[in-house]
Design a protein around this ligand. Sequence first.
Ligand code: APR
Length: 346
Amino acid sequence: MPLEIVRNDITRMAVDAIVNAANETLLGGGGVDGAIHRAAGPRLLEECRTLNGCETGQAKITRGYDLPCQYVIHTVGPVWKGGEHGERALLASCYKSALALAKEYRCETVAFPLISTGVYGYPKAEAMQVAVDEISRFLLENDMTVYIVVFTRESVDMAGKLFKEVVAYIDDVYVAEHYEADREARRSARVDRAPANGLFRRPHREDTARNETIFADSAMPAPRANLDEMLAHVDESFSQMLLRKIDEKGITDAECYKRANVDRRLFNKIKNNPAYRPGKQTALAFAIALQLSMRETTELLMKAGYALSHSNKEDIVIEYCILNGNYDLIEINQVLFRLDLQPLGY
Ligand code: APR
């Protein structure tokens, strides 16, 4: 997946380059700067001393020494002063400068902390938005895998509104939790109605069947695709339907797989092999990228051998977003990330 948000200690990231949220002296400090210098060892500071500092918004590169990465890209974020002093532009410049250096040094994988969101006080949600915007813009034109490494849980707060709506929707439709609770309620109700002799009356088969039927009816019916439409393309493979939808939407292959946060190589595998069946998260990522309706999404998933299910929380999140016209994959992945669920894309 070209852009991933992960919860980790950036000094543990085994990538080509990690980015350090430094200060203009480049001579170390606290927070992530301190952690990186501690993990890299004294030779990092020795090399930093030769760089003569770094201006805010700019970036400089050193080796990684004892870190599991080849390079450290030091950038200096803005100190938050309320948002009216060019902070956003300077923060955006940090990501641009660091990515340009990573590209110059032919890095294929890069990990960023949330620059300026610690000591420098930049609000995390706004900072995350800047990071996602700048990295996504870079990835539209470049092949690289970029990680945003969050160190604490609240760092992914920017998906707040969608997150709250999705959690409520999961509560409404999630089968497993409700089913267990309902079954427990039914079971205890039957115990209450048990005959006086105290023996618990085991439910007759039709009872159980009836409960299953009732429950199944009460669950939201899975969206039924239009049968004629589906039969019209019954022999069409996943790959063929994907390419047809790309043409119908009037976008390029690259726009599609970039929007889907899917690696170019995987897309080419799908495109060149009509019988290829991707993973469910990849198939769903393409449905979001193509802004498919529920019916079209159901059809595309079926071509890959999958179906949406209310017993799967990832599916419920996607269903909610599609039914509400939210096709912002990064925001959806942040909600999935916060729910410790599998993100979309590959
Ligand atoms: N891995 C990943 N992220 C981390 C780690 C870590 N090991 N340690 C801290 N962070 C996170 C913080 O939670 C915060 O969200 O990095 C983000 C940036 O926080 P800071 O390190 O305080 O950096 P910043 O806000 O840019 O301030 C820079 O602090 O450490 C000094 O020398 C540095 O003067 C400079 C200033």
